[in-house]
Design a protein around this ligand. Structure first.
Ligand SMILES: Cc1cc2nc3c(=O)[nH]c(=O)nc-3n(C[C@H](O)[C@H](O)[C@H](O)COP(=O)(O)O)c2cc1C
Length: 317
């Protein structure tokens, strides 16, 4: 279960652990003093109580310099001995070293070979291959190109396919391409455990792949969102002033911080129940989401479809 800013929560993570998957969440979903530490303690307990299910959990840490809670969150995770880390948007070295000091696994979000090489040089255990069409910050390459390219170039690293996967059939195709697993986000927005607004969940069911657009106007990095009237009004490209401010060495860091805080506030307003501010991140896989069900059911269905698809392929030969 992929980490989703403002969407992933404790009940989803716990249900993922009980269903035997690696359920992850961004540490930035817990920004109040002491909140992350308490969540991690409860998750460690939950994992122990459900050890037979073999599920686990992981955190996503934004390693960009613009994340003011980076060190505080990393310290809390190391103290709790978090078993899995996913790093995004920046240099993962500090997280890799800290996690490896007690044997945890680190996967780095990558969208191309250059970033993958950098992460490999720093000693990551594998990659989340973020393809085009993914919810959140998406890459330019399709899964059927990115996953086998990474697998071939880095045979010793774990490659996890992300982007556009919402069914067991798609999951099977990722595994055939050489992925060691898949990372699924959008499908879980329409879960009973997600605490986002009903409007957001219903939008995941109602919109199709042609309604997903990439915008630079939320975080400065291309991000897939649903093309609602609010998204259209905000627009998709940065204007010349924003481009200048985010490139100039003197203003870059502070401007990016400003854009991110503004984007975060806007998204936060949108996920709240009863909000009319329709700014929702999602991937092209919305096309395959037709119901709002418990996490456990989503996972059971994925596994069933996965087995059926692999069986159908082998029966052909
Ligand atoms: C609402 C939403 C928020 C996301 N937030 C994050 C995030 O904070 N950090 C991160 O690494 N990825 C984030 N992602 C990307 C997911 O972790 C994952 O790569 C993506 O959802 C996979 O594509 P899919 O949505 O088609 O399954 C987000 C995705 C969505 C849909």
């Amino acid at each position: 279960m992929a980490p989703m800013f403002l969407v992933s929560n404790e009940p989803m993570t716990k249900a993922g652990i009980e269903s035997g998957v690696a359920a992850t969440f961004p540490t930035l979903n817990y920004r109040k003093e002491g909140e992350l530490k308490a969540v991690l303690e409860r998750l460690n307990m939950h994992r122990q109580q459900h050890a037979a299910a073999k599920g686990t959990y992981g955190v996503n840490i934004i390693v960009q310099k613009t994340n003011p809670l980076f060190q505080q969150h990393l310290d809390a995770c190391v103290e709790a001995k978090v078993p899995l880390y996913i790093t995004s948007l920046g240099n993962p070295k500090t997280v890799i070293d800290a996690a490896h000091s007690y044997g945890a696994t680190v996967l780095c979000d990558v969208t191309n070979m250059i970033h993958a090489q950098k992460a490999a040089d720093m000693g990551c255990d594998g990659f989340i291959a973020v393809s085009s069409g993914a919810g959140g910050h998406a890459g330019p390459y399709p899964m059927h190109v990115l996953v086998p390219m990474l697998q071939k170039a880095f045979p010793d690293k774990m490659v996890i396919a992300a982007g556009g996967i919402a069914t067991g059939q798609q999951m099977a195709s990722a595994m055939i391409l050489g992925a060691a697993g898949v990372s699924i986000g959008t499908r879980f927005i329409a879960s009973t455990e997600a605490t986002v607004s009903e409007e957001y969940k219903k939008a995941i069911l109602a919109y199709g792949m042609e309604d997903i657009v990439l915008t630079e106007r939320i975080s400065g990095t291309p991000c897939n969102i649903i093309n609602t009237p609010v998204a259209k009004r905000i627009g998709y490209k940065q204007n010349w002033f924003e481009r200048f401010m985010s490139k100039s060495p003197r203003t870059r860091k502070y401007f990016k911080m400003l854009v991110q805080v503004r984007g975060m506030k806007s998204l936060e307003k949108a996920v709240k129940p009863g909000s009319y501010h329709q700014l929702w991140s999602a991937g092209q896989s919305v096309a395959f989401v037709d119901d709002i069900t418990p996490v456990k059911e989503i996972i059971e269905r994925l596994i069933k479809e996965y087995r059926t698809s692999l069986g159908a392929v082998s029966a052909q030969f």
